[in-house]
Design a protein around this ligand. Structure first.
Ligand code: NAI
Length: 346
C-alpha cells in the first residue's frame, strides 16, 4: 500500500485534510477534489480499513467521482468526499461524540466541503453533525432535511430509461417494452411502479424473494437475470454486475439502472459498445438522489423545479448518446467528455 505522501502526490484533487482523532483511534480524511463549480459536496463514509492509507485512497477516488456526478447533473457544486477510518463501527455515545468532533472539522473548513450520508452513515448521524455545523445535507425532515433520496433517484432512472429507449427504438414510449429490474429495494420497487404505469412489461428479481413478490411485475429468479431476454436491464441492487462473465450473456438492448459502479472495470464499457448494448453511465442516471437533496435543501427548489431537474437526466443522456454515436465511442467515455466540457466551461 502506498504511503499518505505517495497517494497525495499522485492525486489530481485540490485539498486533502487529514486529522488523527486520538481519543477514538480514528483517522478523518476530507478530500476536496474540485471547487470549480462550487463548494465541494459529497458524503461521509465510515469504514474499517486494514490500513489508514486505504481510507485516504477511498476518499480521494470517491471525491473525484463526486466531481463528475455533480458536474454532469448540472449542479453548482464541486466534488468532495470524507472517510472516517474507524477501528470498529462505533455505536451509542461514542458514535455521537466522534460525529460531533468530526462536525467541528467540517465546520472549520468554512463551507468549502459540505457533507451528507454514505456507507455506514445515515440521517440520524447527519442530525448529530448539524448540531455543530450548517454545512450538512440530508438531515431528517424534522430537522429540515428533504427526506429519503430513493424516490427522486427512481424518478431520475425512469427518465433515463425513457431517453435510452428513445435512442434505441426511436420513441420513448414504454408501452410493450420489457424492463427487468434487478433488486426490488427502495429504488427498484419504485422504479417498477413508474415504468408499469407507462405500460411496460416489468420483470423483477431479488435475492430476497419476498421483496420481489411485493413489487409490481413478474418475478424471475435472481440467478436468471443475465440470461433473460428483455429490452432494458436495470441494475438496482449492487455494483460490478457488468463484467467479462455477464456481458456476453446479456440478452437486452439497454442497461439503465441505479446501482453505483456498475462496470467491474472501465474496459467493460467497450464490451457493451461492441455488443451494441446501450449503457446509461451509472453516475449520470443515478444522480436523482443528489439532485433532490441539493435542489430542495440548497437551491430552494419547489417540487415542480425538482421534477424538471430530474427530467434533465434524460436530456443529459441524450446528449451523451449523440456524442457517443458521433465519435464512435462507448457511452461511458462520452459521459467523461461531457464532464470535462462542463468543467472547462466553468
Ligand atoms: P436497497 O438496499 O434498498 O435495495 C437493494 C435490493 O437489492 C435489496 O432488496 C436486496 O435484497 C437486493 N439484492 C441484493 N443483491 C442482489 C442480487 N444479487 N440480485 C438481486 N437482488 C439483489 O438499496 P437502494 O437504496 O434501492 O439502492 C439500490 C442501488 O442503487 C444501490 O447500488 C445503491 O448504491 C444505488 N443508489 C441508490 C440511491 C438511493 O437514493 N437510494 C442513490 C444512488 C445510487
Amino acid at each position: 500500500m502506498p504511503t499518505f505522501e505517495q497517494l497525495l502526490e499522485s492525486w489530481d484533487g485540490e485539498t486533502a485534510v487529514i486529522r488523527r482523532d486520538a481519543a477514538a483511534g480514528v483517522w478523518m480524511f476530507v478530500c476536496i477534489h474540485s471547487t470549480k463549480l462550487g463548494p465541494a459536496g459529497g458524503g461521509t463514509r465510515m469504514k474499517v480499513y486494514e490500513e489508514p492509507a486505504e481510507g485516504l485512497r477511498d476518499a480521494m477516488r470517491l471525491s473525484g467521482a463526486m466531481t463528475a456526478k455533480l458536474a454532469v447533473a448540472g449542479l453548482p457544486l464541486g466534488g468532495g468526499k470524507a472517510v472516517l477510518a474507524v477501528p470498529e463501527i462505533p455505536t451509542g455515545e461514542a458514535r455521537r461524540d466522534l460525529l460531533l468532533r468530526y462536525a467541528e472539522l467540517v465546520d472549520s473548513l468554512g463551507g468549502t466541503y459540505r457533507t451528507s450520508s454514505d456507507v455506514n452513515t445515515g440521517v440520524e448521524d447527519m442530525d448529530v453533525i448539524a448540531e455543530r455545523t450548517t454545512h450538512v445535507f440530508g438531515c431528517s425532515e424534522a430537522k429540515g432535511g428533504s427526506g429519503s433520496p430513493a424516490p427522486p433517484t427512481a424518478k431520475g432512472v425512469y427518465h433515463g430509461i425513457r431517453a435510452s429507449v428513445a435512442q434505441v427504438f426511436g420513441s420513448d414510449e414504454l408501452a410493450g417494452r420489457s424492463v427487468l429490474i434487478q433488486g426490488a429495494g427502495n429504488v427498484g420497487a419504485r422504479l417498477a411502479e413508474l415504468v408499469a404505469q407507462d405500460g411496460a412489461d416489468v420483470l423483477v428479481a431479488d435475492v430476497d424473494r419476498a421483496r420481489a413478490e411485493a413489487a409490481v411485475g413478474r418475478v424471475i429468479e435472481a440467478g436468471e437475470v443475465y440470461d433473460t431476454e428483455c429490452d432494458v436491464y436495470a441494475p438496482c441492487a449492487l455494483g460490478a454486475t457488468l463484467n467479462d462473465e455477464t456481458v456476453p450473456r446479456l440478452r437486452c438492448r439497454i442497461v439503465a439502472g441505479s446501482a453505483n459502479n456498475q462496470l467491474a472495470e472501465p474496459g467493460v464499457a467497450a464490451l457493451l459498445h461492441e455488443r451494441a448494448i446501450l449503457y446509461a453511465p451509472d453516475f449520470v442516471i443515478n444522480a436523482g438522489g443528489v439532485i433532490g437533496i441539493v435542489g430542495l435543501e440548497e437551491l430552494g427548489w419547489t417540487r415542480e423545479q425538482l421534477d424538471a431537474g430530474l427530467a434533465g437526466i434524460g436530456h443529459t443522456l441524450r446528449e451523451i448518446y449523440e456524442r457517443s454515436e458521433r465519435n464512435g465511442m462507448p457511452t461511458a467515455e462520452a459521459a467523461d467528455a461531457v464532464v470535462a466540457a462542463r468543467l472547462a466551461a466553468a
